[in-house]
Design a protein around this ligand. Structure first.
Ligand SMILES: N[C@@H](CCC(=O)N[C@@H](CS)C(=O)NCC(=O)O)C(=O)O
Length: 221
């Protein structure tokens, strides 16, 4: 049986959602974050050397990295939620499949790190760290996030879903940066297409079922 190694409040939620969309049989192994550090527990290191989630184990194979997992599941489901090879939609699908982790997540992750850095620094240097963090966020990170999300907003004005008029696995990949950006960086305000996309995915029955099964997922709020 395919097993999803699922960390609470993480990117793994979208894999769970995809499994529900595709109707594939699976079981979930749940992992909790360390309440103090928010890191994944050491048990995940026994599944994959990076100790991160999502990871899927199936038929003797261990598959890590969300994009690789998504492609594996789409193949397993006979190519569902992937546009036909050679179509313009397939080209867009491939772009967004890579863009989600390769481009969109980097500034969001940097923002998260610089936001928590002051509170995790020794009190003696905290004012200095706060100043540096605020300069990094205001001077570089937020402008990067704006560039990316203005681009995403304009792309979502062209079609209902990322790869075209049909819902696809590329939308599942893109769900995490869009949800995470609404949570921390507040990018939904003034971007109606991004906001509507998030509302549309969260209304899907498979998404709701995956939320019930996955446990805590702060980004759905
Ligand atoms: N690019 C990887 C990122 C994996 C990743 O960083 N996962 C996070 C969860 S959102 C994690 O496991 N964090 C816990 C930790 O680093 O200890 C993917 O998409 O699978």
């Amino acid at each position: 049986m395919l097993t999803l190694h699922h960390l609470e409040n993480s990117r793994s939620q979208r894999v769970l959602w995809l499994l529900e969309e595709l109707g594939l049989p699976y079981e979930i192994k749940h992992y909790q974050r360390d309440p103090k550090t928010q890191f994944a527990p050491p048990e995940l290191l026994a599944v994959h050397p990076l100790g991160k989630s999502p990871v899927v184990t199936d038929e003797g194979a261990t598959i890590a990295e969300t994009g690789a997992i998504v492609e594996y599941l789409v193949d397993k489901a006979g190519g569902r939620l992937r546009p036909p090879a050679g179509s313009p939609e397939k080209l867009r699908w491939t772009y967004w499949m890579h863009y989600a982790e390769g481009s969109a997540m980097s500034p969001l992750l940097m923002r998260l790190i610089f936001s928590v850095l002051p509170s995790r620094s020794p009190s003696l240097v905290r004012p200095l760290v706060r100043m540096i963090s605020s300069k990094a966020i205001g001077g570089y990170i937020d402008p990067q996030i704006k560039t990316h999300f203005d681009f995403i907003e304009s792309e979502l004005a062209k079609s209902t879903w990322f790869a075209g008029e049909d819902f696809s696995a590329a939308d599942v990949m893109m769900s995490f940066p869009l949800e995470a950006a609404g949570f921390g960086a507040g990018v939904h305000a003034g971007r109606p297409k991004v906001k509507a996309f998030v509302e549309r995915i969260q209304a899907r029955p498979a998404y709701k079922l995956a939320l019930e099964k996955g446990g805590p997922y702060v980004y759905a709020n």
